[in-house]
Write a new protein. Sequence first.
Length: 118
Amino acid sequence: MPVELQRTFCRICEAHCGLVAEVERANQRVLRLIPDREHPVSRGYCCAKGLRLCEVHHDPDRLDFPRKRGPGGFERISWEQALSEIGAAPRRRTRSASTGSFAPVRTPICCSACCMCW
């Protein structure tokens, strides 16, 4: 099977180490991640977690759709519903609270590994 190399980077932490993804052309499946020696910052270094991201992404137990807790357990919902409900709580709080009472915080883990190359 033809394999294509695609430059990307790890999104687990602030370092954003450079990676090269070996991608199977036919189905765009990431086969392996290797450190990118030409990356100007990480220069060929990447921690073990970053190098194993494709295993996490392809894990059969990984959820790739949103779920919501309901009376009978978790149920599948649409992305539109999930994003709407997630955004509703901060909007309610900012409307009802005084100025400066709400501060969003971005953490490095919020960048999903699932969008590594595509």
